[in-house]
Design a protein around this ligand. Structure first.
Ligand SMILES: [Zn+2]
Length: 378
């Protein structure tokens, strides 16, 4: 109720404007009378808690005070945030009926209305509105449609939209979404080749390379798996924990362990702790344990990490049997600590989980959840 009263502000402004500008006294007087009458009716309804009728009367004032559209939009957004979707929809529909709106304002109202429908779960209505807006080449409508198709898991609809309106997909965020829609659809219909279409669509996109590598690995095409995952590793070390063990298995299967060792050697400096641990294991197997301990100790001084610390304890234990029991107990504590930590975190909103989601369940961004870094991460 209280927030409805702020509608008085544009009315007062409209009234002052009309009174100051219009030199024809009688016309001003007539408009004044009209505003006052509508306003009084609206206010009376609001005071009587008849909010719907009150709103309708106040909306009628728009005909003489078009500047106040913004205020009504703000009010509608407030209703939507409070979960009163029917009120938000009503205001937006009434605004659209006004004859004096320009096309930008109409588009803004349609976008808002579509968001009301999405929030209210009226997804078919939202889709229809948004598709109409896409025909008017509105890029914001594309973003909302992609959010909607993410919600309904209608990946093919998003793909078709992209294939028809490629020029509207200039934002990085949208291109990442497109790449992920292709990945989701190809997994759904079990056709990994579909993902190849979006290789190179946008720099920094990781999912197609990861999924194509995984699909190749599962059909035991180790050469291709290595090719895709190496490309991904060169692009960013962030996702290495997802495939490092399988990548090692590919090299082993092809009898190319030396090449895997060379790859780790190249990446050990800048890669995460799992690459360092994997490399140290190889050093230990090659009877270079002291080199491995030195390398890991140096790295931990620079970048403290609990998994690295645990592996250091493991190496020290194997070298020193006298303190084996004590160190093993310490390592058990460290391992239980690690188990309490979430493995994945969203770089956009901070959402953390034990499972990898390619689209963040909290902020809905694609590819912003990565294996955790830092002290407790990988
Ligand atoms: Zn997020």
């Amino acid at each position: 109720m209280v927030e409805l009263l702020f509608l008085l502000l544009p009315v007062a402004a409209g009234y002052g404007y009309i009174m100051g500008k219009n030199s024809a006294r009688s016309k001003a007087h007539e408009q004044n009378r009209q505003i006052t009458s509508e306003y009084s009716k609206g206010l009376k309804f609001l005071l009587d808690r008849e909010e719907d009728q009150g709103l309708e009367h106040l909306i009628n004032l728009l005909e003489v005070s078009a500047d106040s559209v913004e205020h009504y939009l703000t009010l509608a957004i407030m209703f939507r945030r409070r979960g009163e979707f029917d009120r938000a929809i009503k205001i937006h529909k009434l605004l659209l009926e006004q004859a004096n709106l320009n096309s930008d304002t109409t588009t803004s109202i349609l976008i808002e209305l579509a968001q009301d429908y999405i929030m209210a779960g009226l997804l078919d209505c939202a889709e229809e509105h948004l598709l109409n807006l896409v025909e008017r080449l509105n890029a914001k409508a594309i973003e909302l449609l992609f959010d909607l198709y993410l919600q309904t898991k209608e990946w093919q609809k998003g793909i078709s939209l992209y294939e028809k309106n490629g020029s509207l997909f200039s934002k990085h965020k949208l291109k990442v979404a497109v790449a992920n829609f292709y990945c989701e659809q190809s997994i759904l219909i079990e056709k990994p080749k579909l993902m190849r279409k979006v290789l190179g669509l946008e720099s920094g996109v990781v999912r197609p390379l990861f999924e194509l590598g995984k699909a190749a690995f599962l059909r035991e095409d180790h050469v291709k798996a290595i090719s895709y995952w190496r490309d991904l590793l060169m692009q960013t070390p962030n996702y290495t924990p997802l495939f490092l063990d399988d990548l090692e298995a590919c090299y082993k299967n092809l009898g190319l362990c030396d090449q895997f060792e060379t790859l780790l050697e190249q990446e050990v400096e800048n890669g995460g702790v799992l690459i360092k641990i994997k490399y140290c294991r190889i050093l230990v197997n090659n009877s270079r344990s002291s080199d491995a301990v030195k390398l890991l100790t140096k790295s931990l001084k620079k970048q403290p990490n609990i998994r690295g610390f645990s592996f250091l304890l493991e190496m020290i234990t194997s070298q020193n049997q006298e303190i084996k029991i004590v160190i093993e107990q310490i390592n058990e504590l460290v391992q239980s600590y690690i188990a309490t930590k979430t493995e994945f975190q969203c770089t956009q909103c901070g959402f953390s989980s034990h499972t990898l989601y390619w689209s963040c369940p909290s902020c809905k961004h694609w590819e912003t959840i990565i294996p955790s870094r830092g002290l407790d991460g990988f």
